[in-house]
Design a protein. Structure first.
Length: 277
């Protein structure tokens, strides 16, 4: 079984092929085999599972995922890396595609259209918007295990009243149950980032946290955006012009509360009271 490359091998590969990590693409390559093997174990995938990896890079995590026996689809945008990536992982049975995860046609890539698991070291500059796009628009992905910047990961998984809790936390909670599984130090990357990373698991709910028949995602998001735009204000003031005063009592939400005190279900009831009467 192939072993993911370590630091010296990654540095050698980059040098031999005249490559360097792209800052514009947010590339930080993992150079610790133990880390990627840990991610593959935490993903809990194996033979018969369908795994999507976004930002495969030099294939370190790809090799670990292929070693589980899962069917792996690896996406990479950077055309400079594709020949080396294909050389390393296609013999392991991995399917490699060049694609921009922020704009690709998921229906054409993810066949069959169900039962996929996303496992990825996501570039810091696209992680949050990408995950929200996938949660909202790609139901074929039922579970995700991603490595992201610690600050972003904390926001994704934060519960009401937590310091990191914000609009992103509510949006994610609408679609998924989320938890931080562990931290990853900067020392395992080339180049070394200035921040710590975390492993975050997102499990798609069988149905949204709020019944769409009561309030749609867009209606809830309108309330969430307004509430967190001035998060230190009482909701009565923050939501003036969006949520009528009488809607608070109908929703069972105190108008003197602040945004960080409300769960996604609370926001759902406010949206229903505001827009559905």
């Amino acid at each position: 079984m192939a072993r993911p490359p370590g630091r010296s091998e990654v540095v050698r590969l980059l040098s031999e092929h005249g490559l360097s990590p792209s800052r514009a693409l947010g590339q930080n390559f993992v150079v610790d085999p133990n880390v990627v093997e840990r991610i593959a174990r935490l993903a809990g995938v194996g033979p018969g599972d369908r795994v999507l990896e976004i930002g495969a890079g030099l294939g370190s995590l790809t090799v670990a995922l292929a070693g589980t026996g899962a069917d792996v689809l690896a996406l990479e945008l950077d055309g400079r890396l594709l020949p080396l990536l294909r050389e390393r992982v296609e013999p392991l049975g991995v399917r490699v595609e060049q694609a921009d995860a922020m704009s690709c046609e998921w229906a054409a890539l993810l066949e069959p259209p169900e039962g996929w698991v996303l496992v990825a070291n996501l570039p810091y500059n696209i992680a949050t918007p990408l995950l929200l796009d996938l949660l909202r628009g790609v139901p074929a992905i039922g579970r995700m295990l991603v490595m992201v910047q610690r600050e972003a990961g904390d926001r994704l998984a934060a519960a009401p009243r937590a310091e990191a809790y914000g609009a992103v936390s509510v949006r994610v909670a609408y679609f998924a149950e989320t938890s931080v599984l562990g931290r990853v130090p900067p020392s395992v990357f080339v180049p070394r980032p200035k921040v710590e990373s975390v492993l975050v698991e997102l499990r798609r709910r069988s149905r949204p946290a709020v019944d769409p028949a009561a309030a749609s995602y867009d209606e809830i998001d309108r309330v969430v955006r307004a509430a967190f735009a001035t998060r230190r204000k009482m909701l009565r003031r923050a939501l003036a012009g969006v949520v009528p005063e009488e809607a608070f009592s109908r929703a069972g939400v105190e108008p003197t509360a602040r945004a960080e005190e409300l769960s996604v279900e609370d926001f759902g009831r406010l949206a229903e009271a505001a827009f559905r009467g």
